[in-house]
Write a protein that binds this ligand. Structure first.
Ligand code: S5P
Length: 274
């Protein structure tokens, strides 16, 4: 099979193909910072999240949060992570994994104690409920310039997002158009089949780790090179492999740089630059 067209283009040239402001900004950051690394900051207090972000901020194109695990989530936290995102030049991705009917996700996205749409540039949704989930989220997100990923595949062992389900996720994204849906959470180039001229989806991939093959709860890890070079994905998402590294604060910073360099080298290799 010939390589997917998006995998032969630079991140900078792909920015031109996107009308969504968050996708454009992200691809610009990736090129500027030479980083396709997203750090998943899955720690449970606001100060711990901010500490990790301050450590890794220079190395990343994006920071991923789970706001519902932060015990003291507040407006002050939102203000500070937003300030860091401007200062250190990264996108904020709230990994909310919306999965309900359009009306409910609209409320979950805009309201409640987290008001996700007000601060998170990018979020994601399971395609399970059908296209109404996209129109619901888009009604809140589009006026704010936000973007959405659909979970087309997952990293965990024996998950059900395979085959027909994955293909339907891609079809839903194509039908929605590029205004709001800018890509997928996936393990591979799920948009390979039936790729349209001028189309460009961002494939973001969790389950990345250099030290372990997985955890006791079904997570499965691959290396940055396997993800970016072998599978043609665009962004590596690393959690415990970075914030969980033993050896103190400096070590977290060093580890983020290590993943950034590996991810970037795999991208340059796929462009044939080395
Ligand atoms: O299929 C998935 C989708 C996601 S977004 N598998 C995942 O692991 N994730 C998320 O990526 C997960 O919720 C967690 O926040 C992160 C992986 O963390 P790690 O510590 O295993 O690297």
């Amino acid at each position: 099979m010939s390589p997917h067209p998006s995998t032969t283009k630079t991140y900078a040239s792909r920015a031109e193909l996107h009308s969504n402001p968050t996708a454009k900004r992200l691809l610009g950051i990736m090129e500027r910072k030479q980083s396709n690394l997203c750090v998943s900051v899955d720690v449970t207090t606001a100060e711990e999240v901010l500490e990790v972000v301050r450590r890794v901020g220079k190395s990343v194109c994006m920071v991923k949060t789970h706001c519902d695990i932060i015990s003291d989530f507040s407006k002050a936290f939102v203000d500070e992570i937003t300030r860091l995102s401007d200062e250190m030049d990264f996108i904020i991705f709230e990994d909310r994994k919306f999965a309900d009917i359009g009306n409910t996700v609209t409320l979950q996205y805009a309201s409640g104690s987290h008001t996700i749409a007000s601060w998170s540039h990018l979020t994601n949704a399971h395609p399970l409920p059908g296209p109404g989930i996209i129109s619901g989220l888009a009604s809140v997100g589009v006026p704010l310039g936000r973007a959405l990923l659909l979970l087309a595949e997952m990293s965990s062992k024996d998950n059900l997002a395979t085959g027909h389900y994955t293909r339907e996720a891609v079809r839903m994204a194509r039908e929605a158009g590029p205004e709001f849906v800018v890509g997928f959470i996936a393990m591979s180039r799920v948009d390979q089949e039936g790729a349209k001229e001028g189309e460009d989806f961002l494939v973001m991939t969790p389950g990345v780790g250099l030290h372990s093959a997985g955890d006791k709860m079904g997570q499965q890890y691959r290396t940055p090179r396997e993800v970016v070079y072998d599978s043609g994905c665009d962004v590596i998402i690393v959690g415990r492999g970075i914030y969980g590294i033993k050896g103190g604060e400096e070590k977290v910073k060093e580890e983020a740089e290590r993943y950034r360099k590996e991810g970037w080298a795999a991208y340059e290799e796929r462009l044939g630059r080395k």
